[in-house]
Design a protein around this ligand. Structure first.
Ligand SMILES: [Zn+2]
Length: 612
């Protein structure tokens, strides 16, 4: 398979061997691809931006003799330009290992959204959860199965079969199969002590548990074997640790993942033991992966050390969230592999411009504060204290940066003028085709800065942002004018543990007055019900809209004296889901903003569809 990707192509003449190479590839129907659609194939000789080129493997010299003469010069050029890159698979476990972090809880909707986002970015594996542990994970697999996630493989996670039980009779094994994922991650014990003293099984029974489980699960899915406590286990009993890997490999596992479960191993030891694991399993057709925890603040360094030693899969979580001190942060892993280390490609050679957005999306979805000093994607990662003219700073700042912040979708910040909303604005402006309107862009930018100082964050509230742009460009027509709402809350039925609330809403549509009331479990629910009830006669499509998720957080408003409440609402209909936001010192007022934005977004969407 020859795969070439490049966004840049230089005009002819191409050197004859390149011409010949492509001609022969097509004549033989060899799979090769290059991006850039209508553009002619790239000219490797003249490439000025090498990082986009990925050549994974070239396998045609023996069977296709015509190609042979063209390969050496191709390879020589690629090597000279450092373009022969080894692909490293990225395995995300944010939804399983990440959700074990203190204070982290994902709703079903959160999990689906994160999985979709990860697939959009081309993450190779997304671990969805542990189907035996809870119904939410079962529901997750049920839904995600119906979706097209491109090349991304969803994995279910679970343990080896119980002792003295057949794999096919084990409830955990059955749940894993029922999840219906193309890939199953099986975790087993490496450490002899864990087998004998925690599981209470003989060392041989542990090997049988690993082998039989891998064989059973491998009948319908690809099996990734996670070797728990591999590094500690190897230190205690190296021969046995390797035996456990061989048990999984001989049963058909495709990947053997070495886990530093306690997170205390140093990089040089990781490299040494990874080398031993590769050596000990070299008779099998398997790849080695690495799964590190951050207890010594070395999770990323340890993952990279394993890659240097030959591992080809890295497991971790977005932003490094996870139990105790967390997992390897895949953001840093990907950025380092793609942008800094030589010789590797991740995500099929895609660029890393979405990392900042992805990082913030996961924080917002997990309802966590961003980590300002987070490498690569933190707000402070490229922040410079100013004092000079902005131009001069922008120029000088480069000499204080290890990479161009744009490569990871982040931006330089000069700490006198806040520009944090810019990347968002550019993306949305392009969607609305207003990027050339300088005046409007400036207006939007200053409004976003003002709102961010009040505690707004638009990363997870694209629909509110959309409406904001409509308002600022005078293309917003409200579908209703609220006149007032009133909430009566506090009725409590102790027998049924439910808090009742009632909301009354008065609003105007055109010149007609509408007035209605509804009950709900709690004030926001009542408000939502009353709003839709009042509007639905005029706008029946609101009946198909659902409120999917509701989040509240106390935020520090920029220079304000009072703490603000930020409400995020996720709504959906049959076609899409959308996020809205409200900020106020009053939780009901913030919720009202987010609710009315959600409804307006739906109605504007409908109008646009009718016009189209
Ligand atoms: Zn883990």
């Amino acid at each position: 398979m020859v795969r070439l990707e490049s966004k840049c192509h230089i005009s002819p003449p191409r050197p004859p061997w390149v011409r010949g190479f492509f001609r022969i590839l097509s004549a033989h129907g060899l799979p090769y691809s290059h991006s850039g659609n209508a553009a002619p194939p790239l000219f490797l000789e003249n490439l000025r931006h090498p990082p986009r080129v990925v050549v994974n493997e070239i396998h045609c010299s023996s069977t296709k003799p015509d190609v042979a003469p063209y390969l050496p010069p191709l390879l020589k050029t690629l090597k000279k330009k450092n373009m022969t890159l080894k692909p490293i698979q990225i395995y995300d476990t944010t939804l399983r290992d990440g959700s074990q972090g203190e204070g982290i809880s994902f709703s079903l909707q959160d999990k689906l959204n994160i999985a979709r986002r990860l697939a959009e970015l081309g993450i190779d594996f997304v671990e969805g959860g542990y189907p035996l542990s809870n119904e939410k994970d079962v529901a997750f697999f049920e839904q995600i199965r119906k979706e097209n996630l491109g090349d991304t493989k969803v994995c279910a996670f679970g343990m080896t079969r119980r002792r003295s039980m057949k794999a096919e009779d084990d409830p955990g094994m059955k749940c894993l199969v029922a999840a219906g994922t193309p890939c199953i991650t099986l975790v087993g014990k490496t450490w002899d002590y864990h087998a004998t003293d925690v599981l209470n099984v003989t060392l041989d029974e542990n090997l049988a548990m690993i082998g039989e489980s891998a064989e059973f699960l491998g009948r319908n899915s690809e099996v990734i074997y996670d070797a728990e406590h591999f590094f500690d286990g190897y230190t205690a009993n190296p021969a046995y640790a390797i035996e456990t890997l061989r048990a999984a490999a001989s049963a058909g596992a495709k990947y053997l993942v070495l886990c530093d479960t306690n997170g205390g191993t140093l990089p040089e030891r990781i490299a040494e033991v990874t080398t031993a694991a590769i050596d000990g399993t070299k008779d099998y057709d398997v790849q080695i992966g690495i799964h590190t925890h951050n207890d010594g603040e070395l999770a990323v360094a340890n993952a990279l050390a394993a890659v240097d030693a030959g591992a080809t899969q890295v497991q971790g979580t977005i932003n490094g969230i996870g139990e105790r001190c967390g997992n390897a942060d895949l953001i840093s892993v990907m950025a380092n592999l793609a942008l800094k280390k030589k010789g590797f490609s991740v995500l099929g050679g895609r660029n890393m411009k979405h990392l900042t957005e992805l990082s913030r999306y996961v924080y917002e979805t997990a309802n966590l504060q961003w980590r300002g000093g987070q490498p690569f994607v933190g707000q402070s990662a490229f922040a410079h204290k100013g004092g000079m003219h902005v131009h001069a700073i922008n120029k000088a700042a480069k000499t204080y940066e290890h990479i161009d912040p744009a490569l990871v979708g982040n931006e330089r910040r000069i700490l006198v003028s806040e520009l944090s909303g810019r990347s968002n604005i550019v993306a949305i402006a392009t969607k609305h085709n207003i990027q050339d309107d300088r005046k409007l862009m400036d207006k939007i930018l200053s409004e976003v800065v003002r709102l961010e100082n009040q505690g707004y964050q638009f990363e997870n509230a694209g629909a509110s942002f959309d409406l904001l742009i409509k308002k600022l460009s005078d293309s917003f027509t409200p579908h209703f004018h609220p006149i007032k709402y009133r909430i009566v809350a506090g009725d409590r039925d102790f027998q049924n543990e439910v808090v009742f609330a009632e909301a009354i809403i008065k609003l105007e549509i055109g010149d007609k007055l509408f007035f209605d009331a509804a009950e709900g479990h709690g004030p926001v629910n009542a408000l939502d019900a009353a709003l839709r009830k009042t509007l639905s006669d005029t706008y029946p499509s609101l009946n198909e809209m659902r409120l999917l998720d509701y989040k509240v957080r106390v935020v520090d408003s920029g220079g304000g004296t009072e703490a603000s409440i930020r409400v995020n609402i996720e709504s959906g209909d049959a076609d899409e889901t959308w996020g809205t936001i409200g900020v106020s010192e009053n939780i009901i007022a913030a919720s009202w903003q987010a609710l009315t934005d959600a409804v307006e977004y739906k109605l504007h969407k409908e109008d646009a569809a009718k016009q189209a």
